[in-house]
Ligand binder design. Sequence first.
Ligand code: NDP
Length: 336
Amino acid sequence: NRQMLLDNRPQGEASASNFKLVETDTPALQEGQVLVRHHYLSLDPYMRGRMNESKSYAASQALGEVMIGGTVGEVVESRHPDYAVGNHVVGMGGWQEYSVVNANEPGMMRKVDTSRVPLSAYLGAVGMPGVTAYYGLVHIIDPKPGQTVTVTAASGAVGSAYAALAKARGCRVVGIAGGPDKCRYAEQELGFDACLDYRAYNSDVYALAKALKEVCPDGIDGHFENVGGWIMDAIMLRANAFSRIALCGMIAGYDGQPIPMANPALMLINRMRVEGFIVSEHMQVWPAALKELGELVATGKLRARESIAQGLESAPDAFLGMLKGQNFGKQLVKLI
Ligand code: NDP
């Protein structure tokens, strides 16, 4: 079993030298345990925060241990009556090729049906990122049909699910993403009514705000923030009175970069509701969210793209690339 460990903590920007690849034997199973062979590993921005020692909403990743991460795979050995060899499962197996799961512990693993939804989608649109989009849109932004809602990192795992969910609620949905290819894909494949390439505006808040005015002629009623910094400032300038911001991520600052806010007074002037959230603290919404997202994927209404790196050894570079926008859609690592 090959495993990727966190070897040392980043000083500023994370690098491949923070990780270490090792090989171990899988232990013999005890009663109630299941051995899972991972097909895909999910790479997610939250992992960057776990690499730091600083205080956050979640505990740091321990040094010398397998990196935390979501996985999908198949049961290859079972000593639990509910799991049979060949069952497809999703869990938190970590950056490794196999994991031994205590199947009696609640929330460790669940079986998934791959007849209508591909296995890998359970790490993206029909998994944690999809539910994240759902929670922010449905429970924080709570849009009315006809309202305009926006999202940053629009072509990514969360952004792509957000578009499908917002269209299903009759919204005008506008994205912001990096580069013309991602924007074209967002408009042509994901159902965005418009997508702006922030790179074309060279960190000029007012130029981006002006472009937003053209694609959001009625202003912005709800915004889903994934990035932070000057792009969020531009959104704030177009936000309507009583608009809502679901504050999901601020990836522009994950390596420790400052992300100052130019006009915080707009929150007051516009009587805005700005609410941060962590999707794993809202387990009660997961069943309804996964049901809707599964249906959207199964019926072809949500066709989320994936970036697939090959082999565990490629995980560090794929992860670091994703933090810089080199992924195109949900970033995965194929392990077999
Ligand atoms: P994505 O698939 O969207 O990948 C990350 C994307 O972030 C990159 O592709 C890039 O897109 C964009 N990005 C990176 N750096 C910058 C930058 N400096 N400026 C602008 N854009 C940047 O990842 P996910 O969909 O998995 O996650 C999206 C966000 O949601 C993240 O911030 C993540 O932390 C957050 N999240 C929060 C959760 C919660 O519970 N609160 C749960 C899950 C995710 P581009 O090329 O378009 O710039």
